[in-house]
Ligand binder design. Structure first.
Ligand code: AMP
Ligand code: ZN
Length: 120
């Protein structure tokens, strides 16, 4: 089953951030991924981990480049270790009904507090 994405393709917000065309606060980097602060934080630490290359969602990324998905997890862990106590939640919203609004895959790294669980 495929996940619906809004179209047609528009200039991608996170590609622009990765390219430095839109200002952001980068908190960590790896060879193929970047972590930057979410503009609307939901926790004391709320960063987004994104691949430098464009992939639409985590399903597509996992199929295309599982090593890059593992790199995102590792980068998120590093962010949580640098900015909090190393414990973190990593969320990939996959599709509009799941809350995905930017169609360049990104993991939300939430940390720095006791996290509740009210996903719906
Ligand atoms: P999602 O709803 O899972 O697609 O998450 C998109 C996230 O991108 C939201 O948490 C937004 O707050 C965040 N966001 C949108 N624009 C920016 C931006 N310019 N810089 C940083 N984060 C952003
Ligand atoms: Zn992109």
């Amino acid at each position: 089953m495929t996940v619906e994405t809004p179209g047609p393709a528009q200039p991608c917000l996170f590609c622009k951030i990765v390219a430095g065309d839109i200002p952001t606060t980068v908190v960590a980097e790896s060879e193929n991924a970047v972590a930057f602060n979410d503009i609307d934080p939901k926790a004391p630490v709320h960063a987004l981990v994104v691949p430098r290359d464009h992939h639409v969602n985590v399903t597509e990324l996992a199929a295309a480049d599982p090593d890059l998905l593992a790199e995102l997890v590792d980068l998120g862990s590093r962010v949580a270790g640098q900015l909090a106590d190393g414990q973190f939640r990593l969320i990939f919203n996959n599709g509009t009904r799941a809350g995905q609004s930017v169609f360049h895959v990104h993991g939300h790294v939430l940390a720095g507090t006791d996290l509740g669980w009210t996903p719906a």
